[in-house]
Design a protein around this ligand. Sequence first.
Ligand code: C5P
Length: 226
Amino acid sequence: MKITAIIPAAGAGERFGEKKQLKLLNGRPLIFHTIQPFINSELINEIIVVVPKENVNQVGREFKSTLTSKKIEVISGGKTRQQSVNNGLKMSNKESELICIHDGVRPFLTVTLIEKVIKAAIGHDGAILATPSSDTIKRVLGNQILETLPREEIWRAQTPQVFLKSALEEAIEIAIDENLEGTDEASILEKIGYQIGFIEGSSLNIKITTKEDWIFAKAIYNELND
Ligand code: C5P
């Protein structure tokens, strides 16, 4: 079975203040750390990295120095994450049956987790990684609490998120038609009735969003590479 990895990394870094996907972590752009386990996993046939238009040439050149025979393509993203993923989807190999989407700003994924979530997706519409919430989650309006959600039912979605390519194509098409924008891909497949499973990810698989997250990223990197 052919599997394409799509790595959306075309964000402008507004909350962070710069493009964190290109910020150096131990001398290498973050995105290099992110794609390493996809290079290492034998289940992944091609990697499509989606970056801001103005960075396509530079990132493409830098990836040429990566020692791998695997096909790595660098393309430009869209205004939203969903558009960036769609750009990647359109470039994926015609023979790919599964699409594995992973945030460009989650650099501490492992081959084991990639392969675990792919195995969970096979035979279903899709599967994602998630971790149980250790915080109590409140639904709010303004600065008023509306309700407290039952913590045992709350899981935090991570990536990779792996889907049947045909299901993802259909979901994105419907999302475009109906003007829906999901904060992850699973949400748009769920909305149209696909059954998406999940398995437990890792709390080290953090998404770097804010400056504070960079402190955690450096600490995790140092601990893992001691
Ligand atoms: O929006 P969020 O913080 O969830 O972004 C998750 C990933 O989606 C990041 O790696 C970001 O670079 C990517 N993204 C993208 N294209 C956009 C916006 C975000 O590829 N237009």
